[in-house]
Design a protein around this ligand. Structure first.
Ligand SMILES: [Zn+2]
Length: 58
């Protein structure tokens, strides 16, 4: 079975509330609706628990 790349299409900063969405065309995160603190060292809610690849638990 091929490796599936699991990529969230949305992430939110747990510190300042900034929300970003994945832009497929730009292949980059883009701010969704503005807001947040530009000086914040963003703590994304997908950190830690998110596994970028399927089947890599071992
Ligand atoms: Zn932030």
């Amino acid at each position: 079975m091929p490796v599936q790349i699991r990529r969230p299409d949305r992430r939110e900063c747990e510190r300042c509330g900034r929300v970003e969405r994945w832009n497929e065309a730009a292949d980059a995160w883009r701010v969704d609706g503005g807001g947040g603190d530009v000086f914040c060292i963003h703590e994304w809610d997908i950190n830690g628990a998110f596994l970028p690849f399927e089947g890599t638990e071992d």
